[in-house]
Design a protein around this ligand. Sequence first.
Ligand SMILES: Cc1cc2nc3c(=O)[nH]c(=O)nc-3n(C[C@H](O)[C@H](O)[C@H](O)COP(=O)(O)OP(=O)(O)OC[C@H]3O[C@@H](n4cnc5c(N)ncnc54)[C@H](O)[C@@H]3O)c2cc1C
Length: 162
Amino acid sequence: MSFHVRRKDREITDLTEMRQVFLNTKYVTVALCMHEEPYLVSLSHGYDQAKNCLYFHCAPEGKKLVILQVNNKVWGQAVLDFGVTEECDYAYTSVHFQGKMSLITDLTEKQHAIEVLVRQVSLNPEDKLAKIKPEKLEKTTMGKIEITYMSGKKHQSSKSKS
Ligand SMILES: Cc1cc2nc3c(=O)[nH]c(=O)nc-3n(C[C@H](O)[C@H](O)[C@H](O)COP(=O)(O)OP(=O)(O)OC[C@H]3O[C@@H](n4cnc5c(N)ncnc54)[C@H](O)[C@@H]3O)c2cc1C
């Protein structure tokens, strides 16, 4: 079955506009599923526009990594939240996405991932990156979500912030 944004007046079709949500929001919320049981985590991320991919850091073990071994398909949401408008509407721009989650084992890819992540989430990224040595990075758990589908929707009145 195929679904789409029902309110065409609120649908975002411009990929650049959708990518701006990934670049400007602080975290994404990602749904996983194992044995017909849903699960959900929020992840601070770095978005790589060229690869259309989200990078994240996590602990080396835990429920999401167990699920990942069984089912790497995820559904997620990224939101820019503008709050309640003067008209008592709720203003937001959001992107839903489907993707494949995996852990990164290659050190060169890990280096790229940490650079994308730290540059997006940190105020002084170069100072932080300079402190991350290859030996430390090797022991660091990094993951990625390769995005295979995304849809966008916005609900903003003319008076709300853009
Ligand atoms: C804004 C935000 C940003 C985050 N960024 C990251 C990130 O970049 N990387 C990352 O790994 N995690 C991040 N987290 C935490 C993340 O959402 C998960 O809670 C965490 O990754 C633990 O996942 P796990 O599957 O390994 O759980 P486990 O540690 O295995 O937890 C097992 C059980 O503990 C409970 N539990 C776990 N986490 C929570 C929680 N946060 N609140 C309530 N109950 C919980 C659940 O019942 C879960 O089934 C973030 C959370 C928030 C709110």
